[in-house]
Design a protein around this ligand. Structure first.
Ligand code: 5GP
Ligand code: ZN
Length: 138
């Protein structure tokens, strides 16, 4: 997509600090890192949502994230990492090209776990939980 910043990085029109590349996937440092080593892993083909990815590309993306997470952690001597993807504007997605964040974490860094991304916690009855599980499983 011509007006997509991450497609421009894939095309080489915008520079990036690339750390990993395959036929389907590119990984590079985040330009505005939340921590030292903050890395983005993207499918090369434009797709906004995780659910838009072809199955083989989704597999390649997850394989790259699995391979890179320990490498990123080791490179910056991190104590842990948060791995996540903002899927849609409501979830905080700003760049409309799917990307997985690998965010190295350090003891006492003042950050928060992924649980902190949720809003107010819903108080769901057993029936409501059953209905949600059923809807997802369908
Ligand atoms: P989102 O909120 O969409 O999940 O995250 C977008 C991420 O992309 C942000 O962490 C932001 O710093 C990063 N980003 C935005 N533009 C660029 C860019 O041109 N180059 C790089 N390397 N990262 C970018
Ligand atoms: Zn794109």
């Amino acid at each position: 997509m011509s007006d997509c910043i991450f497609c421009s990085i894939v095309a080489g029109d915008i520079p990036a600090r690339t750390v990993h590349e395959t036929d389907d996937v590119l990984a590079f440092l985040d330009a505005n890192p939340l921590s030292r080593g903050h890395t983005l892993v993207i499918p090369k083909a434009h797709a906004k949502h995780l659910g838009d990815l072809d199955e083989d590309v989704a597999g390649a993306l997850f394989a790259a994230v699995t391979e890179l997470t320990p490498r990123v952690r080791a490179a910056v001597d991190a104590d842990g990492a948060n791995v996540g993807l903002n899927d849609g504007e409501a979830a905080g997605q700003e760049v409309p090209h799917a990307h997985v964040h690998i965010i190295p974490r350090f003891d006492g860094d003042g950050g928060a776990p992924l649980h902190a991304v949720g809003g107010e916690r819903p108080d769901l009855s057993d029936d409501e939980l059953d209905a949600v599980a059923e809807a997802i499983a369908e």
